[in-house]
Design a protein around this ligand. Structure first.
Ligand code: ZN
Ligand code: ZN
Ligand code: ZN
Length: 289
C-alpha cells in the first residue's frame, strides 16, 4: 500500500488562523513542512481516509488524482474531517467531454467525468452527518452508498480488509479508527484517538502492524482531557505495541494531527520524536507500507 498524508494538522490549522505565538510565527516564516493543513490521507489513489476541507486541494498539490476513489473511511464527523462541499460536487450535471462550451448550462456547475461508485464507511454519527448532506435516494443517484461500521467487525472492500476500532475522542462511539490490510501488510490509521478501552486494546493486540499513524495533537502537554493523544500517550502506545508483539520487522509509528500550541514546529519536533522512535508526518509525505 502507498499512503499519502493529505494533511497532518489539527482543527486549528498550523499556523493557527488567528494566532501570532512563537510556533505559529515560526511556521509562517519558515513554511515548508512546518505548515500543516487538516488531517486526511489517501491509500493507493482509491481509499480516502476522511474528507476534510483540504483533502482534495492537497491531493492535486501532491500529484494525486482522487477521481477514482471508491472507498471513503470516515473516522468521525468533526469539521476538520468532513466537509460537504467536495462530496456535493459529485452531484453536478455530467456532460460529454466534447460538449461545446456554449451548450453548457451556466448554472449548477459541470463535470465531464463519470463518477465511480463510492462507498462511505463510518459509524452512526458519521451516518447522521452524511445524511445532512444527501438523503439515501440522492446518495444512490450520485453513485454513493453509506455503510455503517462497528468495532471489531471486519469487512472487505476491493481487496482491502478493514477492521474498525472504537476510539475515545470526543465521546465513546463518536470516533472509529481503522486497521487496513492488503497483500500481507497491515496499518492502523488512528485519528482522532483519545486512547482506547481495554476491549479495543485487546483487539489491537492481535495484529502485527507495519505502520501505525496516530493522533499526537497534545504533543508536549500531557495534562490533556483525554480527547487526543499527547507525546507521552504516543510513547505509551509504542510501548504497548512492542510489549504485545504488534510490531513487524519494518514497523514505523507516524505522529499526525498536530496542534501548533502543544507540538513544536516540524523543524524541531521531527528530531524530538526521533529520539523516542516516532516519526513526525508532514503534509505530502508518501510512505510504502
Ligand atoms: Zn480532528
Ligand atoms: Zn499559535
Ligand atoms: Zn475530532
Amino acid at each position: 500500500m502507498k499512503l499519502t498524508f493529505l494533511g497532518t494538522g489539527a482543527g486549528e490549522g498550523y499556523p493557527g488562523f488567528w494566532c501570532n505565538c512563537p510556533n505559529c510565527t515560526y511556521a509562517r516564516l519558515h513554511k515548508g513542512n512546518n505548515l500543516r493543513t487538516y488531517s486526511a490521507a489517501d491509500i493507493d489513489g482509491c481509499i480516502l481516509l476522511d474528507c476534510g476541507p483540504t483533502a482534495f486541494p492537497n491531493a492535486a498539490r501532491f500529484g494525486l488524482n482522487l477521481t477514482q476513489v471508491h472507498t471513503l473511511l470516515m473516522t468521525h464527523p468533526h469539521e476538520d474531517h468532513l466537509v460537504s462541499l467536495q462530496l456535493l460536487w459529485r452531484a453536478v450535471r455530467e456532460w460529454p467531454q466534447d460538449t461545446p462550451l456554449e451548450k453548457l448550462s451556466q448554472y449548477g456547475g459541470a463535470r465531464f467525468t463519470p463518477v465511480q461508485d463510492l462507498e462511505i464507511f463510518g459509524n452512526a454519527y458519521a451516518e447522521a452527518a452524511v445524511s445532512q448532506i444527501y438523503d439515501e435516494e440522492t446518495l444512490k443517484r450520485n453513485h454513493m452508498a453509506f455503510r455503517q461500521i462497528h468495532e471489531g467487525e471486519s469487512f472487505i472492500t476491493h481487496g482491502y480488509r478493514i477492521t474498525p476500532v472504537r476510539a475515545n475522542h470526543f465521546k465513546q462511539d463518536y470516533t472509529h479508527n481503522y486497521i487496513i490490510e492488503k497483500d500481507g501488510k497491515t496499518l492502523l490509521y488512528a485519528l482522532d484517538t483519545g486512547g482506547y478501552d481495554q476491549d479495543q486494546l485487546a483487539l489491537l493486540g492481535h495484529y502485527s502492524f507495519n505502520a501505525v499513524i496516530m493522533d499526537g495533537t497534545y504533543g508536549l502537554n500531557d495534562h490533556g482531557d483525554g480527547q487526543h493523544m499527547s507525546l507521552k500517550d504516543n510513547i505509551e502506545m509504542l510501548r504497548f505495541f512492542r510489549e504485545n508483539n504488534c510490531c513487524s520487522t519494518d514497523f514505523r509509528f507516524y505522529v499526525s494531527h498536530m496542534s501548533p500550541h502543544w507540538c513544536p514546529p516540524h523543524d524541531q519536533y521531527v528530531t524530538m520524536l526521533e529520539h523516542y522512535g516516532l516519526i513526525a508526518a508532514y503534509d505530502g509525505l508518501s510512505i510504502e507500507v
